[in-house]
Write a protein that binds this ligand. Structure first.
Ligand code: AMP
Length: 459
């Protein structure tokens, strides 16, 4: 068998990996603005954690979990989502007794589902999300949606489509499921095999069946709004009114049920159009849930959360030209001319790295022409050429790769020389030329960085 990545998994390399880091950084920065703190829960959980919380009727739990017996004969599962593990952690650590409520936690990391791999759907994928647990309020539900949109806004997404629905409280859902069961029982012989199972396990799942013939039948199904309790109805419209006031446009999608059983009251998804026309599905999905902590032996607190599909976000950012241009990968390409000078050149390169410059040095040496080609390919701004004669004279040659100007610089003043090479002084006035130099470009004022530089240079 050839050595290839496991089906549904992939290697994320270079610029694509940079894009994942960019999303992670933006996500974390925004989560902190809203008072969330990071939780890093294990990839492996005991299987009951997901069985009990995510639900018997969810495809994720029934068909898609990576579950196996460990060597101690315990059934463990690689997390297919984070909410259950976060709730398990909050209860296990009894955080509800020590932390202010609501407990606001965020996460970022890989999740695993044995799904049919396709565009925007992998078996290992990255989720970034939040949970806000312990206060039951339409305002927190709204804040959660606003926050998801905030992250997408900072990442540069526009024209997002937000879909919302309410699954009501437990009582409303029970009545609605009964009505759906009665309706779908009349049509079930024309429906797909999965819907046969859904009818028994949870007829609400039939609402988001993707089979076109089944979707036609779904059109005539009873609507949740006719079974919604007054309290759930009020709560739904309160949340919608808050997000509306925050300028978020949304549409109500009565068939939006989400794939995990724990949701109740408001659920939402955000979709975005790709410039290439590709459809990656929902970028983010989430909603309100009740009873999750109780499932694990904690208090009967409700929560609200969302999860971003980071792989899908990165694909869309790539398609829509939203990826930040990374700065060059190399500032200085150090060129040792011969085996004899490699150790000293390495010491110089390390010095520059400690100063914060991105430095490449080929330990294999080679011809200077070849090194210049590599420096160009790496996008180096300067080449620092170090030969035996230069070293004996305490100098090196610094070549500006763009202007091709080359001059000898003193190794003793290397830091200063390099700094002024990167921030050249404008001709004539002696200013260091830094964009926000304190002398405002006048040059040489007392206490200003220009004069400090002059002092250092012994002028
Ligand atoms: P869920 O945990 O099912 O509510 O999904 C939340 C988000 O995770 C979705 O909106 C997707 O963006 C992403 N997601 C879920 N499953 C996958 C998958 N198999 N591959 C890539 N992204 C996924």
């Amino acid at each position: 068998m050839p050595y290839i990545a496991v089906k549904g998994t992939r290697d994320i390399i270079g610029e694509e990996a940079d894009a994942f880091s960019e999303v992670e950084q933006v996500f974390k920065a925004v989560a902190e603005l809203y008072g969330y703190k990071e939780f890093r829960t294990p990839v492996l959980e005991y299987t009951e954690v997901f069985d009990r919380s995510a639900g018997d009727s969810s495809d994720v739990v029934r068909k898609e979990m990576y579950t196996f017996m460990d060597k101690g004969n315990r059934s463990v599962t690689m997390r297919p989502e984070f909410t259950a593990g976060m709730a398990r952690s909050i209860v296990e650590k009894k955080l509800y007794a020590t932390e202010d409520l609501p407990i606001k936690c965020f996460y970022y990391g890989p999740a695993f589902r044995y799904e049919r791999p396709q565009l925007g759907r992998y078996r290992q994928f990255v989720q970034a999300g939040v949970e806000c647990v312990g206060v039951d309020s339409a305002r927190y539900d709204a804040e959660c949606i606003v926050m998801a949109m905030h992250v997408l806004g900072v990442l540069g997404f526009e024209n997002l489509s937000v879909k919302v629905n309410t699954l009501g409280d437990a009582e409303s859902r029970a009545k609605y499921k009964e009505a759906l069961k009665a309706y779908f029982s009349e049509h079930i012989d024309k429906m797909c095999p999965d819907c046969h199972d859904r009818l028994e396990l949870n007829p609400m799942r039939i609402l988001d069946c993707k089979v076109p013939e089944d979707q036609e039948i779904v059109k005539g199904a009873p609507k949740m709004k006719d079974y919604l309790s007054e309290a759930s109805d009020k709560r739904f419209y309160q949340t919608l009114s808050i997000i509306n006031d925050m300028g978020i446009k949304f549409e109500i999608d009565e068939n939006l049920v989400r794939g995990l059983d724990y949701y109740g009251e408001i659920v939402f998804e955000v979709h975005a159009k790709s410039a290439t026309g590709a459809d990656y599905g929902a970028l983010v999905g989430g909603g309100h849930y009740d009873g999750m902590l109780k499932t694990f032996g904690g208090p009967d607190y409700s929560g609200v959360g969302f999860a971003f599909g980071v792989d899908r976000i990165v694909s869309l950012m790539k398609d829509n030209g939203l990826l930040g241009k990374k700065e060059g990968k190399c500032d200085i390409y150090v060129m040792p001319l011969g085996e004899e000078v490699i150790d000293e050149a390495f010491a110089i390169a390390m010095n520059l790295r400690y100063e914060g410059y991105k430095v490449e040095i080929p330990f294999t040496g080679g011809k200077i022409g070849g090194m210049f080609k590599k420096a160009t390919r790496k996008g180096a701004k300067f080449a620092l050429i170090i030969g035996e004669d230069e070293l004996n004279n305490g100098v090196a040659q610094l070549k500006n790769m763009e202007t091709q100007e080359q001059r000898a610089i003193s190794l003793e003043d290397l830091d200063l020389e390099i700094e002024s090479a990167f921030n050249p002084a404008p001709e004539g006035n002696g200013c260091c030329g830094g964009e926000s130099c304190c002398c405002g470009g006048e040059g040489g004022q007392e206490g200003c960085c220009c004069s400090q530089k002059e002092e250092k240079e012994g002028k």
